[in-house]
Design a protein around this ligand. Structure first.
Ligand SMILES: *Cc1c(COP(=O)(O)O)cnc(C)c1O
Length: 239
């Protein structure tokens, strides 16, 4: 029996190999997609094991749990990505403890993160979450409202607008997975044109945060630059 630490290193290696293969299949350069290890509901020891195997970027969904782990792992130089839904009264600890936020979907949250970002931490790297399939219960901005939100966020000095994020519905068919992800890529191009035209950005959005354990290959084929992988690295979550 191998211990958990070896398991995590082994699984990370496998996921990195799959990312490499998908990038090759897409005709993209080998370093054009980053891996974010999603460590929600997993202990700090699991994160330490992944960090020992070279992983730097970690994604967390639940604020209190995340902050406990960030504090406990301060001795490692990790990059923390907030990928969960954001309540507007809980923005301060996100602004103080995270490097990236993937789930901005309204001005109020962006404004608070901007106002609460400590000056000594530099700008917060942010993505706008898009509700691509107009699901009633899901967070994310509706696609037709995206340009206005992007223009507003692009003007906020303590935020750096880096790209878009989406969580599509589970879909077994890879071609259909790709089709949905390609819509996010198109939206990014459209919004980038607007931002450049409005002189709000000379450096358009370069990030597409899309792809999880079950649709990672499709996301990379459609242009993902940041895949968010939990189960394939840390194993199934209990709840
Ligand atoms: C949990 C989660 C992931 C990782 O999902 P897996 O299927 O375990 O890879 C990625 N993104 C978000 C937003 C999540 O909440």
């Amino acid at each position: 029996m191998t211990d958990a630490k070896d398991d995590i290193a082994e699984r990370l290696k496998k996921v990195r190999g799959e990312i490499h293969d998908a990038l090759g299949e897409a005709g993209r350069t080998p370093d054009s997609a980053s891996l974010i290890a999603v460590s929600k509901q997993k202990p700090a020891s699991a994160i330490r094991a992944a960090a020992a195997a070279g992983q730097v970027d970690f994604g967390e969904n639940y604020l209190q749990e995340a902050i406990d782990k960030i504090r406990e792992l301060e001795d490692l130089s990790l990059q923390w990505h907030f990928i969960g839904p954001i309540q507007s009264n809980k923005t301060r600890p996100i602004a103080e403890h995270f490097d990236w936020v993937h789930t901005i979907d309204r001005v109020r949250v962006a404004q608070r993160l901007n106002d609460q970002r400590p000056a000594n931490r530099g700008p917060l790297q942010v993505l706008l979450q898009v509700n691509l399939q107009r699901e009633e219960t899901k967070s994310g901005i509706q696609p037709e409202l995206l340009i206005t939100l992007a223009e507003t966020v692009a003007k906020m000095p303590a935020l750096r607008l880096r790209g878009l994020m989406a969580i599509p519905q589970p879909e077994p068919n890879v071609d259909l997975q790709i089709a949905v992800f390609e819509r996010l890529a198109q939206l990014r191009d459209t919004v980038n044109e607007e931002l450049v035209d409005a002189k709000l950005s000379t450096k358009p959005m370069d990030v597409l945060s899309m792809g999880m354990t079950d649709d990672m290959r499709a996301a990379i084929l459609a242009g993902s630059t940041h895949v968010r992988i939990g189960t394939a690295i840390f194993g199934a979550r209990t709840s």
